[in-house]
Design a protein. Structure first.
Length: 278
């Protein structure tokens, strides 16, 4: 067994997407790709002007998008007929496969909106598969809770708490961890996986080796190992996300991620010709 240590600490880059939603982007900028993770955005503001325009209808092909709401409300509609209102704690896990057109619009005109969107790559053999939409109600989410910590399990398993996302090709782990001051979180990570922590708020120490201070809204790439130990210097909240690398070349084209530039061009033409949704 070997301890998991910090590999790199990265501050997200301010960005905007959709119709001008302000956000912080980490994966997708630095690092550009952390196989199998393509992008990680944190969106959050008290100012309605930062989010009210939302994400109008747009296409995706060849990826999975995972949207996790911490505060506020979003309405989702897509070309499969999937729709729903996401509220605090809810998760939307969407396999875009061969192609999906969807919108995510704020269902609120004021107040705090806060959440995350993660893009996961799909292997070549699944990129043209039938799209799927999974809505995870926060009230039905499996949660581990003790006097030191609370862990919401979106994917993977922590003790007796198990997430609803199962039999997935990248064997994902997605935990929302809240840790009391001076308490520890310990977890065995698969050595096969690429793993990271996104610190939402508070301050934490990872592993046994010294590393620079971590503060709110920070991406922490983890090195290989089995034994992850996180200590809370202050009360802290963070996401632990881990997945098995796919190991294939990728080609990006905005909302499309395929294996070759030719496949990207086909996706663009399909969308322009009205033959995108299969």
């Amino acid at each position: 067994m070997s301890d998991v240590e910090v590999d790199k600490i990265i501050s997200p880059t301010p960005a905007s997407d959709g119709a001008g939603v302000k956000l912080k982007r980490s994966i997708g900028v630095e690092p550009n790709y952390f196989d199998p993770f393509l992008m990680l955005d944190e969106f959050g503001s008290e100012n309605k002007d930062d989010y009210v325009a939302g994400f109008p209808a747009h296409p995706h092909r060849g990826i999975e998008t995972v949207t996790y709401m911490l505060a506020g409300e979003f309405e989702h509609k897509d070309s499969t007929g999937g729709k729903g209102r996401m509220t605090a704690g809810d998760v939307q896990w969407m396999k875009t496969g061969s192609g999906i057109i969807h919108s995510e619009m704020p269902a609120m005109k004021e107040g705090r909106l806060h959440g995350f969107q993660l893009w996961i790559n799909m292997p070549a053999k699944y990129k043209m598969s039938k799209p799927e939409y999974l809505y995870i109600d926060s009230k039905k989410m499996s949660i581990h809770k003790d006097q030191d910590k609370q862990i919401k399990v979106i994917a993977g398993k922590f003790e007796n708490a198990e997430g609803p996302v199962k039999k997935h090709n990248v064997e994902p782990i997605y935990f929302d961890v809240e840790l009391a001051k001076n308490k520890n979180f310990n977890f065995k990570l698969p050595k096969t996986h690429n793993s990271f922590i996104y610190l939402v708020d508070g301050e934490i120490k990872i592993g046994e080796k010294k590393h620079k201070q971590t503060v709110d809204s920070t991406l922490i790439l983890l090195g290989k190992g089995n034994e992850l130990k996180v200590s809370a210097i202050t009360k802290a909240k963070f996401l632990l996300i881990s997945g098995k690398p796919i190991g294939e070349q990728i080609a990006r084209g905005g909302p499309f991620v395929m294996n070759t530039k030719a496949e990207i061009q086909t996706a663009i033409e399909d969308y322009q010709n009205g033959t995108f949704v299969k």
